[in-house]
Design a protein around this ligand. Structure first.
Ligand code: MG
Length: 389
């Protein structure tokens, strides 16, 4: 029996992880659950999965949760609760589905203990990929990428040598606006941008799919996790989201990993790694797999993608800057404070202002904080400009 920590158990990844656990009775157990403030859902999850520890960052929510927990369950609360959980619990794998740069310290804590990290928090790799890969290596832990594209590459590379990789082909659904012209993109509403054509995901990744910022971050993730140079990472619009990504080797052979778009697939793979365990998830389906297409990305409609390549070339803290700015700009867009098409140009300005060659986790967290402040300033300025007659 493998025991898990589920960080972000109330979110999209956390809930799907628990579905995988439920579908594998007697094979996976839950040692700990963490969320920000969803105390009612956490109470239900704790009753069902009986973890030894739970953590809630919101102290008020934790007070409400406390009386609803099974006897003997230990509750951590407050800003350090997730880290306390990562350090106290006994587990084999931590599934990390917390969204945002705030998830980086938990990734460090898990790997520092030599535990495997099933990583859906892409910000960890974007902010401090090189440091996390090195930490995993020295502590004998494995970073298992849950992100479907990265999981596909990870599977294609099994038994292969990274020196024999010629290129990585990252697929992108293109999001809800893949066929929209610039004028339509400028008028995009939060509701329209959240309507993803193939995947069901949280709001931040959904908006990132609409701008392709999500793919920009994945270019950085691939660069850090697999050590592939940015010029050898190619992005293709693949509408069907069936091929999750491909690896091209030096002999011209191209390996792909295919499956219906369902996050439980990569989660199942990561939770049982290195075993390939049976599941009831569907595989080949003629109606889904019959027509697979690839198109290039239009850089004028999706300028965010180039920023990922830019950061991979710059190195230093640039990934942290790009991500921090994007997190704030996505919130601003969802709150109706700026247009979807303003996200990439403002993020580019913040990059130009703040990115530096500084390396390391501490530098990344500083760059994240500064980038957020700069992005907030820009949103305020645009708002004032818009309200001035
Ligand atoms: Mg992805």
């Amino acid at each position: 029996m493998k025991s898990l920590l589920v960080l972000g158990s109330s979110g999209s990844i956390g809930r799907q992880t628990l579905e995988v656990v439920r579908a594998q009775p007697g094979r996976l157990s839950v040692a700990g659950l963490a969320a920000r403030g969803s105390w009612e859902l956490l109470a239900a999850q704790a009753q069902e999965f009986r973890p030894r520890f739970v953590a809630l960052t919101d102290a008020e929510a934790a007070r409400r949760l406390a009386p609803l927990l099974p006897l003997g369950t230990v509750l951590f609360s407050g800003p350090e609760a997730v880290l306390e959980l990562c350090n106290a619990a006994a587990y084999d794998v931590a599934v990390h589905g917390i969204v945002g740069a705030a998830g980086l310290p938990a990734s460090v804590a898990v790997l520092a203990r030599g535990k495997d990290l099933a990583l859906a928090n892409k910000e960890s790799l974007v902010l401090a990929g090189a440091e996390l890969v090195e930490l995993a290596r020295t502590r004998g832990a494995t970073i298992l990428p849950v992100d479907s594209e990265l999981c596909a590459i990870f599977q294609c590379l099994r038994g292969e040598s990274l020196e024999r990789v010629r290129a990585v082909h990252l697929t992108a659904s293109g999001g809800p606006f893949r066929d929209a012209d610039l004028a339509t993109l400028e008028q995009a509403t939060p509701a329209g941008a959240l309507r993803h054509p193939t995947w069901s995901m949280g709001p931040r990744i959904s908006i990132g799919s609409a701008t392709l910022m999500n793919k920009a971050l994945e270019v950085l993730e691939v660069h850090h996790l697999f050590g592939v140079a940015p010029e050898n990472v190619h992005v293709w619009i693949h509408r069907q989201s069936v091929i999750h990504s491909m690896v091209e080797f030096v002999d011209g052979s191209v390996m792909a990993q295919l499956g219906p778009p369902d996050m439980r697939g990569p989660l199942h793979y990561c939770l049982f790694h290195p075993e390939r365990a049976p599941s009831s998830l569907r595989g080949f389906q003629l109606d889904l797999f019959a027509r697979l297409s690839f198109e290039t990305v239009d850089p004028h409609r999706f300028p965010a993608l180039a920023l990922g390549y830019d950061c991979a070339r710059r190195g230093g803290d640039s990934g942290a800057v790009l991500n921090g700015a994007d997190e704030v700009l996505v919130e601003g867009f969802l709150a109706g404070k700026l247009r979807l098409t303003e996200i990439a140009p403002i993020a580019a300005d913040v990059l130009a202002k703040r990115a530096s060659p500084a390396q390391g986790v501490a530098a990344a967290l500083r760059a994240d904080r500064d980038a957020r402040a700069l992005a907030r300033l820009r949103i305020d300025r645009e708002e004032r400009a818009a309200s001035t007659p």
